[in-house]
Design a protein around this ligand. Sequence first.
Ligand code: NAD
Ligand code: UDX
Length: 460
Amino acid sequence: MKQIKKITCIGAGYVGGPTMSVIAQKNPHIQVTVVDINQARIAAWNEEDLSKLPIYEKGLDAVVAEARGRNLFFDTDVDKAIEEADMIFISVNTPTKTYGKGKGQAADLKFIELCARQIAEVAKDDKIVVEKSTLPVRTAETLKSILDNTSSGVNFHVLSNPEFLAEGTAIADLHNPDRVLIGGENTEAINALVGIYASWVPNERILTTNLWSSELSKLVANAFLAQRVSSINAVSELCEATGANVDEVAKAVGMDSRIGPKFLKASVGFGGSCFQKDILNLVYIARSYNLHAVADYWEQVIIMNDHQKTRFAEKIIQTMYNTVNGKQIAFLGWAFKKDTNDTRESAAIYVADHLLDEEAQVVVYDPKVSAAQVYKDLDALGTRAPEANRRLVKVVDNAYEAMDGAHAIAVLTEWEAFKTYDWAQIKEGMKKPAFVFDGRKLLDRKQLEELGFKYYAIGE
Ligand code: NAD
Ligand code: UDX
């Protein structure tokens, strides 16, 4: 088996950073260098003060503290890191295309191709190249072609090793994965990567497949997870119409061991950088093979999710006497889920956008998201001028300030701390009737109704 002494990871984001930190932690004999063209991000990864790491993940600081400077390094010198490595992970972003063919659906592979060309140009000896990014099925073929045709006499083996961590639980997921998936053609290369994970993952949880199964499995896993959320969200609307309670239905259904209880929490809609992007990509791939029924089937997961976000915003407007113009609506949470500072595709962005169209005054509080990020998210939609976003939206760093004088509260992220607030005091400071729209089914209906709130929760 090829002995791996040095690993390089291109891309120091939500996946590259935590994944490589854990690989380094568990393999002290291997030097792991994470590189990125984003200098600010690398500087943040090198921060003395571990609370300033670029990503907030429980337990990440301890892993970085253990490995950084020992066998874990963060750097901007991509060429040097490529040249030195035996194994190179590509963990760059693969966003949905915003231009040209496949716009709005296909994955944009320009960053992947740039990495492949740079590896080919710089490499002087044989390398194992590992796809860590989520990629369309058969991308390994493209990678191999670029590597083989643009390098000079170097052998490359391409492996697929998609990442299944979820944000907010990244370190726990990496320490104790349900499975590690490795797709490849070359046994020696596969075994080299298996050896790295075998430092802490039991052998029966390291699954090896052919390249295409591995690439496709990642898209399919996300599609299945998102489909469960859209399924329960579809049921939530039916519950509201019929008097059933979506939590009760989810429990009854999930107790069937064939279905299982996880990922059946009704919500204002799923967010995050992966679900929508990966399903759109799956839809695009299916259409490109003329599999229109397959494409339509998966596209419905996204359509349902968009509907859920719109429905929630409209419920707020309709309940507040059909106008929110000039009314203060406090947003509890902006991140796409609890325990992360990531806001990509967060439902909060789209709900806010809808309410701002109606000239609502939105005041946002999230324990981990900055004002700059909130404005960046809204500006990126391009719905209105940046000045209008700043006129209509205020971001505060105290939840009570957000709710003081508000006509309504909307719960967008399920941060545990929201449950512990002094709801009697909050009600005092609000306009009456004091509305709460709980997009996460987080708060206690009985408690809030006893205090006199008008409480609305998804699926009840
Ligand atoms: P990210 O945007 O946080 O990080 C990607 C990093 O790559 C950025 O810092 C960027 O500057 C860097 N980069 C881009 N091109 C580069 C180049 N040519 N050279 C050096 N650096 C370059 O993205 P992420 O969330 O870490 O996701 C990365 C991949 O992992 C995506 O394909 C995503 O679908 C997949 N994934 C993400 C998650 C998640 O929870 N975020 C989970 C599983 C898989
Ligand atoms: C997801 C996948 O879970 C992970 O395996 C993959 O590697 C990356 O994409 P992530 O997006 O980080 O992870 O978080 P996840 O926990 O899956 O939640 C995604 C969204 O679905 C969040 O907005 C969450 O609030 C929502 N969700 C999840 C629900 O609304 N209900 C649920 O029951 C579960």
